[in-house]
Design a protein around this ligand. Structure first.
Ligand SMILES: Cc1ncc(C[n+]2csc(CCOP(=O)(O)OP(=O)(O)O)c2C)c(N)n1
Ligand SMILES: [Mg+2]
Length: 501
């Protein structure tokens, strides 16, 4: 999916004033659906092309920010953006290098207008009577009947919990903006936005105990943040400075990102089987009993790995929560293509509880995840939570969702921002205005600090990826390294399809 490099399938990538060369990579033939491209295009698209990012020139604003980072750019069938690297057309207010002018929560007036358009387009919420919803989009407690079994957890939650939730969500949103900006300025190979999914992520992460283990995919920045992950680790990964991630011992069991869709569901089930075999389940000792959460997407539910993980989890009664973030899109594939029934109902076929929550409701996420984590630790086996949310941004910064979905739909979900509703709730509870103001300042500092530390990271060393694949010498890796070196050297005199672009 995300190679060690940038994904791009533009018609042409041009940096007019930075180099005389133009890099041309075949474009997908229809709406970014690379599956519909011809074999020849696909073969061509797999040829990586080197681009020297010296993007300062077209955008004077970035002159002082933009050093000469260098990435290998590999065209890849995932990527559908003809505009991602084409210069001015990519500039928008969100690309600014500071977040201080942007509110990190709340509905922008433009979004409110969009919500009206969404209403006109007859877009409605996809929930049903079985959906657990507690905090309404307006920020009032308006619990559905399906929420009843979980409400005690909200009644018993201290007020500070929601302040913490709001803070983490706000910082995660600031991280998202900064990550996108850094990528647009050529400082990251790729960024993976999580805007809109903060409620699902922070609520579930806050429900976990320190001894629990959390397996993410690649979009769970807010979960990592909540577990204490220094998010510069994510940026280092996306800048190509590291090939793995971080030490889970320092992140309260928050494991490394994976890019192979659904692979983490198997890792999690295997790990949770181990938790059971080790006897750390059902002892009644709150400090000892452990559980595992695995995060995955709607697209991942179509993978064999995910279904195998569910079978093994049930067979071995693993202490596990399968936390599906149904953001309604698997790149350009809508969830309705993946399943004719709500995804939470699939869990019933595996013989485990399956519950749908409003994924933009941090309270529902906290309460339901807490319930099933307790069940898991008590030895009552796995459960499946579908957090029905929405991916507000592109799949990655290499994607262009305007090619495949309606703006009205985006506006509809933007108006259901998980952060805005918690802010409304907190304000109605009498939270001091200073709390929100201070948090905006903290978020700006947080983002600026991450930017500073990202720019100070050592230059990526491409050959490092071969160094740590195996502990002992390996003939295949040696051969791949030699091929890579030859490939790199081929650029030295190449002015046609690579070189400076
Ligand atoms: C095994 C595998 N198949 C295909 C891909 C390409 N791919 C990358 S992201 C993605 C969509 C994943 O969608 P979803 O599971 O809904 O997660 P989201 O990105 O929406 O968070 C696909 C198919 C991959 N990375 N790994
Ligand atoms: Mg998805």
């Amino acid at each position: 999916m995300f190679p060690a490099a940038v994904c791009a399938t533009p018609n042409s990538i041009t940096f007019p004033e930075t180099s005389p060369d133009t890099v041309t990579i075949p474009a997908p033939t229809a709406h970014g659906d690379a599956n519909s491209s011809t074999d020849a295009e696909r073969v061509n698209a797999t040829r990586p092309t080197r681009i020297h990012f010296t993007a300062g020139k077209p955008h004077q604003l970035f002159d002082e920010l933009q050093p000469k980072s260098e990435f290998v750019v590999a065209a890849h069938q995932d990527c559908a953006s003809p505009r991602a690297y084409t210069g001015e057309t990519e500039r928008n207010p969100g690309d600014d290098h500071t977040v201080t002018e942007q509110s990190l929560s709340g509905v922008h007036p433009a979004d409110a207008t969009g919500a009206a358009a969404a209403a006109a387009a007859n877009i409605s919420e996809p929930f049903d009577d079985a959906t657990v919803r507690i905090l309404s989009p307006e920020g009032t407690i308006n619990a559905t009947a399906a929420s009843e079994p979980y409400l005690d957890r909200i009644r018993q939650a201290p007020d500070e919990l929601w302040q913490t939730a709001f803070r983490n969500m706000t910082l995660a949103r600031a991280f998202d903006r900064e990550g996108t900006n850094l990528q647009r300025q050529g400082q990251l190979a790729l960024y993976v936005p999580a805007e809109g999914q903060e409620g699902a992520q922070v609520g579930s992460a806050l429900a976990a105990r320190p001894q629990d283990t959390l397996f993410p995919s690649y979009r769970e920045h807010a979960v990592g943040l909540t577990r204490g992950l220094d998010l510069v680790n994510v940026l280092a990964l996306l800048r190509g400075c590291t090939n793995a991630g971080w030490d889970p011992a320092t992140t309260q069991g928050f494991r490394n990102y994976v890019l192979v869709i659904a692979s983490q569901t198997l890792h999690a089930t295997g790990y949770a089987m181990g938790q059971r075999f080790d006897g750390n389940v059902g002892t009644g000792d709150l400090e000892r009993d452990e559980a595992t959460i695995v995060y995955f997407g709607d697209g991942a539910t179509s993978q064999g790995d995910c279904n195998e993980a569910l079978v093994f989890a049930k067979s071995f009664a693993t202490p596990q929560v399968f936390f599906l973030q149904n953001n309604q899109w698997a790149i350009s594939v809508p969830v309705r293509m993946q399943s004719p029934v709500p995804l939470y109902r699939r869990a019933h076929g595996f013989g485990m509880p399956g519950v749908q929550i409003d994924g933009n409701d941090v309270m529902a996420s906290f309460a339901v995840t807490g319930h099933y984590l307790d069940e898991a630790r008590a030895g009552n086996g796995p459960a499946f939570i579908e957090a029905l949310t929405y991916r507000i941004g592109p799949h990655t910064t290499s994607d262009d969702p305007t090619k495949y979905r309606q703006r009205e739909e985006e506006a509809f979900w933007r108006a259901r921002c998980p952060i805005a509703r918690l802010e409304a709730y907190l304000r109605a509870q009498g939270e001091d205005a200073a709390f929100f103001d201070d948090l905006q300042v903290e978020a700006a500092d947080f983002a600026a600090d991450l930017r500073r530390r990202t720019l100070a990271l050592p230059e990526p060393q491409p050959l490092d990826m071969f160094a740590h694949a195996y502990a002992t010498p390996n003939a295949t890796i040696d051969q791949q390294r030699a091929e890579f070196v030859e490939f790199e050297n081929s650029f030295q005199n190449d002015t046609t399809s690579g070189g400076q672009a």
